[in-house]
Design a binder for this molecule. Sequence first.
Ligand code: GLC
Ligand code: MG
Length: 422
Amino acid sequence: MERLTSPPRLMIVSDLDHTMVDHHDPENLSLLRFNSLWENAYRHDSLLVFSTGRSPTLYKELRKEKPLLTPDITIMSVGTEITYGTSMVPDHGWVETLNNKWDLGVVKEEASKFPELKLQAETEQRPHKVSFYVDKSKAQEVTKELSQRFLKRGLDVKIIYSGGMDLDILPQGAGKGQALAYLLKKLKTEGKLPVNTLACGDSGNDAELFSIPDVYGVMVSNAQEELLKWHAENAKDNPKVIHAKERCAGGIIQAIGHFKLGPNLSPRDVSDFLECKVENVNPGHEVVKFFLFYERWRRGEVENSEAYTASLKASSHPSGVFIHPSGTEKSLRDTIDELRKYHGDKQGKKFQVWADQVLATDTTPGTWIVKLDKWEQDGEERRGCTTTVKFTAKEGEGLVWEHVQQTWSEESKVKDDSSWII
Ligand code: GLC
Ligand code: MG
């Protein structure tokens, strides 16, 4: 959060499973549309918060499976664990507040008396979250009886039913909504209260997100029955909450447009790159657009036309260099020539490219440094490079690529120099 010196323009607080991530879309198209919109228009002045029911273990697994961006803040285990930044520094202050009228041993003991409750995996049992599976038909009754038992034992807990199968027991002060309220308060103290906040979800544990004051909300089109029921009973007349027409991340983009929270045209929804050339003076935008072009070029989705190569060459400095992750130095223009040979080599194959954490800084007037993580999914293999691009801005000529340097990123499982173009 330190990178922001003023209040974020937009804070998106989104659930992951079936909200940011569409498990029915093997190509992850809506997620990739969201990603390029975020990196292009919001990353530099806004905050991305993931709020998931998953434990840190399962959250990290999801990151390996899906092309998720790196959030600024991660809220896990249904609002019981909050961490900051790429290195996921835990918020110890938050954890302390959760001990009020909470006793893990008693919760487990009482819950074990219900044969209808089937304990979830060990990884999902956390210091302030005990999780079970329970049949839809039994959920309401079990919840009621459990609450009474806990009350008798002097505990103040919250029981949440999600996805028509998961039952979570948390301290009363926990949950996704309370975690968001805590975060907003903290940001306000730091003078960084977001101008707008948009909460996004699909299931029972997301309901609380939609009752935090001054927060816009979107229930994605594929929202679960229990969330829609909650909405009908509690928030039907709140114009700040909508039920999107689009699934998952598509619904988030729709909500950005609906509430007029800022740009809502994803670069992935623009088919002609050359057309939007003139207005483009944003170096972050330039990089997002280039790597999208690169994906389409290799997938053979853009025409194999000289105009593209000519335009790329025109915007790269004649003596510009590219330092490949292998350490080899090449000229930028030779790299563009090399790229020509690869047109359509990934046609019909699983090949996707996305940029993460795109941040531009203007060093000296007219000079920009853009840093990002460039990821490439090639079949079952995923590789990522920390990428630095130096641009110069020339009057009337737009941005010129001067220098590109890549090194394998730490999280990149495969660090194979061969067949990596840029
Ligand atoms: C995630 C968690 C699970 C929890 C569910 C609903 O799936 O892994 O433990 O019950 O979210 O909150
Ligand atoms: Mg979900």
